[in-house]
Ligand binder design. Structure first.
Ligand code: GDP
Length: 318
């Protein structure tokens, strides 16, 4: 295409060269036409990274906790990739997280790759782009990939659900337990962290959570009990408990066939998202056409099936 040497780029990423890794993730964000070749080149190099998702309301301490976990993994001599994802932000922060001061401890460490991500494309969205970025980091030799998302909305839930293990952070006194439950966080959480355990109300937050878990589990009937870990991320307190809980979950996943099952589900969503995007572009379906049809359906001029037929037939009305 434009002379990009995919094999050379992937080769450099595989050696862990940050610029090559950054370039590949940019291709993902831009929904580059090179992505097919990139994905084919990356594929044999992937499948080794442990993928962790971290979410919770703004201000709960995700960024501080991510940094704390990165330090813990580095002590185990593991290579770490961090994807900080903001579904509400239209722009990427680029290769470094200028606004995430707490990550600065790690930015000079060559065994840590940190990237904030947002999608510029319309079709796939971040839920589609994130697994491709994870593949890049996996192929680049990251032992652990941490996906950190801002907020607790549905798009965050979709994104963290891509992880092998999903961690939901809460903090005392934010009234967020109930909100989190509403956002479906309770179902996707493999483990809970009550951060800011140095603050008043931490015990109450743990009690509330325990109560919610006990209500939820009756329906789920799963054999994994979602643990609750208390941390003070600013002081690194509780990090050993957290990594122990993460290890325990990893063992549970492996011994129950859940790791393979989750990864298959993840692949299902990836394929679907790529296929839908490909279909849309093949049919030339744009947001404009969809919006025009939607107005006519809402106005009662057209039924939704007829509208869908028009959309897939590549024309949207008179
Ligand atoms: P995020 O928005 O979820 O990423 O939260 P941050 O990591 O940016 O943290 C928000 C604020 O809470 C910062 O001022 C942190 O220093 C502070 N913070 C994080 N963890 C703790 C903690 O365990 N205890 C206390 N007291 N403050 C914390």
């Amino acid at each position: 295409m434009d002379g990009l040497d995919i094999d050379e780029l992937v080769g450099r990423a595989r050696e862990g060269q940050p610029r090559a890794v950054a370039r590949l993730i940019s291709l993902v964000e831009d929904e580059s036409p090179h992505l097919r070749a990139v994905a084919a080149a990356l594929n044999p190099l992937t499948g080794n990274a442990r993928v962790l998702g971290l979410t919770g309301p703004p201000g709960v301490g995700k960024s501080t906790s991510t940094s704390m976990l990165v330090s813990a993994f580095r002590e185990q001599d593991l290579r770490v990739g961090v994807l900080a994802i903001d579904p509400s932000s239209p722009f990427s922060g680029g290769a470094l997280l200028g606004d995430r001061i707490r990550m600065h401890d790690h930015t000079t460490d060559p065994a840590v790759f940190i990237r904030s991500m947002a999608t510029r494309g319309q079709l796939g969205g971040l839920a589609a782009a994130t697994p491709q970025a994870v593949r890049v980091l996996d192929a680049a030799g990251c032992d652990v990939v941490l996906i950190e998302t801002v907020g607790v909305g549905q798009s965050e839930v979709d994104i963290v659900a891509l992880a092998d293990t999903t961690v939901v952070l809460l903090a005392p006194g934010m009234g967020d337990g109930i909100q989190a439950a509403k956002a479906g966080i309770l179902e996707v959480a493999d483990l809970f962290v009550v951060n800011k355990a140095d603050r008043d109300g931490a015990d109450q937050t743990v009690r509330d959570l325990k109560h919610m878990i006990s209500l939820g589990r009756r329906e789920l009937g799963a054999s994994w009990r979602q643990p609750i870990v208390r941390t003070v991320a600013t002081a690194g307190e509780g990090v050993a408990d957290l990594t122990a809980a993460l290890d325990e979950h990893r063992e549970w996943l492996a011994s129950h066939g859940e790791l393979a099952a989750r990864r298959a589900r993840r692949a299902e969503r990836e394929i679907e998202a790529i296929a839908v995007a490909a279909l849309r572009s093949r049919l030339g379906v744009g947001q404009d056409a969809l919006a025009r049809l939607a107005k006519r359906v809402a106005a009662g001029e057209l039924d939704p099936y007829a509208a869908a037929d028009q959309l897939t037939a590549g024309h949207d009305g008179p």
